[in-house]
Design a protein. Structure first.
Length: 248
């Protein structure tokens, strides 16, 4: 289970920048039956409720489900994970997945399942990171390497689909129409000490390795991180995400 509170201060805040563009691209509106898939701490759920959507939110992590349900009682929140969703066919007008498609084991199967629960004419919006413009977390990976810690990030099958061209093709193969991808760029501003604490505490598959090191090694990684992150302290880390939209 992820430390949901630390995740919220760290990764969730980083990923919140795409929520507005995501909901705008899928034309979420008052009365829309919206599925927030991979809801995390509920940043999409909160924004969708604010515009009057009828929100159902799911996540595989029990801590995330508990946190989102407690904070957003107006939403229906339940545990679930792609590629098997506990919903009837064509149940939703809109599906929003903020940085979830890059985590699923089989993106093609996940897209077919999302299409199944989307009504004809409904819209789906999905985001994922542009890996070579992810300075905010890249500094951690670089610091681990600089400290001489053996580290091999977990392989993700999504890498085979992570360019706009390949993902557009995957959406089309899943039976979705009018597929398109745009880039969203921003500067993520965070205090360097707080950013370190929250990312390390949240752990996750990529950075839990830091917390497993002896204290002296953790301190060596931290020193490398502060050195690498220092140029971004004033203006923030440059970040880029891809945002895909398609219709059933």
């Amino acid at each position: 289970m992820t430390d949901a509170e630390a995740y919220e201060r760290g990764f969730a805040r980083l990923s919140s920048y795409t929520v507005g563009p995501l909901l705008a691209r899928v034309a979420a509106s008052r009365g829309s039956r919206l599925l927030d898939v991979g809801c995390g701490t509920g940043v999409v759920t909160a924004a969708a409720l604010a515009i009057g959507a009828e929100v159902t939110a799911v996540d595989a992590d029990p801590g995330m489900v508990t946190l989102t349900a407690r904070r957003h009682p107006a939403a229906t929140v339940r545990p679930a994970a792609l590629p098997e969703l506990p919903f009837a066919d064509q149940q939703f007008d809109v599906i929003a997945g903020n940085f979830i498609i890059n985590h699923v084991p089989d993106a093609a199967e996940a897209l077919r399942e999302l299409r199944r629960v989307l009504r004809p004419g409904g819209a789906i919006g999905l985001t994922w990171w542009k890996s070579d413009e992810m300075t905010a977390t890249g500094v951690f990976a670089d610091a681990i390497a600089a400290a001489g810690v053996p580290y091999e990030p977990p392989a993700r099958s999504f890498t085979a689909h992570d360019t706009p061209e390949r993902f557009t093709a995957l959406l089309t193969e899943a039976g979705l129409r009018q597929a398109s991808v745009v880039d969203v760029r921003w500067r993520h501003r965070a205090g360097l000490a707080a950013w370190w604490t929250d990312i390390v505490r949240a752990g996750g598959p990529r950075f839990a390795v830091i917390g497993r090191q002896p204290p002296e090694v953790v301190e060596r990684i931290r020193a490398g991180y502060l050195l690498l992150a220092a140029p971004y302290e004033e203006e923030g880390f440059p970040v880029c995400a891809h945002l895909a939209c398609a219709h059933r």
